[in-house]
Write a protein that binds this ligand. Structure first.
Ligand code: ATP
Length: 363
């Protein structure tokens, strides 16, 4: 039976307030074409919210988000709003701990028609996923660092429980991608040659690999892997890594796609999921209408596809696929150039082009 979905929305701060309405308009149009509706529930959260209320996300809004079918989050944080020790307000990170969203899915695929960042023609084959563990590693709340006048320390936490779930998620993703024509390979990206925690991480990876004999299990050190991303991106299928490495590598992946405004992501757990672009609040361009909403729109497509799988709703998969095809069609001519690549196509131009493409496509 066709159903409507209840979506908790956190516009957050900065350009979050601009990319959110654009993405909602595109998602609603795609949903209507595929015969269902989306109910948006706008919630508070972010650095401005913390400054005004003392809460990164008010507890009642967090509870409402937990009851929604999915959570759609734009960007949070403002450089001038900080805790007394200098840390920024980062509810977009805390929410991953709160809902146990251990699997950070960051697809890296250039959109045809967006000017390639890498000149090597082999870069056209770039189509992979960085899977970033999102609840522990160097970001683990249980491993908070300390600083005195003489020294500062940070701790990295890797647990067997989360690592096993993360690797199983990676291998299942590679299986699904293999069925769609990808190589069927998972690369564990770490620094196992130097750190005991990463040796432990990699051993668990190889243990779990035995349960997925049809998938190739590969390993790479993070420094060499960064080079592979630039030199041989066609060799990567699914890359699974620790939180901090994933944070850094997925920004590199975004840059290789054309800029932060092109890179979507999902943070997925066993019960909940948050869909948000890889970018931050971009204070340098906020309020000017210049932001590229593509990452937010594509994060919405990922949300619809997750809802389709989780709730057995093929119409949501239809809408997710329609959005992807519309984004590809909007950029295909090469004349929609966003500010990351020196153009002036901002929120309105991209939204209008994607909506026009969406109307032209068959469902
Ligand atoms: P965070 O610390 O929250 O991850 P960040 O420090 O990585 O954020 P961003 O806010 O993502 O920084 O901005 C990095 C650069 O990318 C800035 O120059 C910003 O203007 C640009 N940028 C980010 N998002 C977009 C977007 N949607 N469209 C165009 N440019 C963007």
């Amino acid at each position: 039976m066709v159903q409507d979905f209840n979506i908790a929305v956190f516009p957050g701060d900065g350009i979050g307030h601009e990319v959110t309405p654009a993405a909602e308009t595109v998602l609603a149009a795609a949903a209507a074409r595929c015969g269902f509706g989306l109910n948006w529930n706008h919630l508070q959260g972010g650095a401005a919210c913390w400054r005004e209320t003392g809460h990164e996300i008010p507890p009642s809004d967090l509870k409402t988000a937990g009851a929604a079918d999915a959570i759609f989050l734009a960007a949070m944080g403002l450089p001038e709003v900080r805790h007394p020790d200098g840390r920024e307000i980062t509810p977009q990170i805390s929410i991953r701990f709160h809902f146990d969203l251990y699997a950070g899915v960051r697809p890296v695929r250039p959109i045809p028609g967006v000017r390639p960042v890498l000149a090597d023609p082999r870069a056209a084959k770039m189509d992979y996923v960085i899977l970033r563990e999102s609840t522990e590693g160097l970001f683990a709340p249980a491993a908070k660092g300390s600083a005195t006048a003489d020294e500062a320390r940070e701790t990295m936490l890797i647990t067997r429980k989360v690592s096993e779930k993360l690797f199983d998620f990676a291998f299942r993703m590679a299986e699904a991608r293999k069925a769609a024509g990808h190589p069927g390979k998972v690369t564990c990206v770490d620094k196992a040659n130097v750190f005991a925690a990463f040796w432990y991480f990699r051993e668990i990876f190889h243990e779990r690999a035995k349960a997925f004999p049809a998938i190739t299990a590969d390993g790479a050190y993070v420094d060499a892997f960064a080079m592979t991303m630039a030199q041989k991106p066609g060799a990567i299928d699914v890359a699974v890594t620790e939180n901090m490495f994933g944070d850094i590598l997925s920004d590199l992946g975004a840059a290789l796609m054309g800029g932060m405004g092109y890179a979507p992501s999902a943070d997925i757990g066993d019960e909940h999921a948050v869909f948000q672009p890889c970018h931050g609040t971009a204070p340098d361009i906020a309020g000017k209408g210049l932001a590229n909403p593509t990452a937010m729109i594509l994060s919405g497509a990922m949300m619809l596809e997750w809802l389709a799988e989780r709730q057995g709703a093929p119409e949501a998969a239809c809408a997710g696929g329609l959005i992807r095809r519309a984004v590809d069609m909007a950029f295909a001519g090469g004349d929609l150039v966003t500010c990351e690549l020196g153009g002036d196509a901002g929120i309105e131009a991209v939204k209008t082009a994607v909506l026009a493409a969406l109307e032209r496509l068959d469902v």
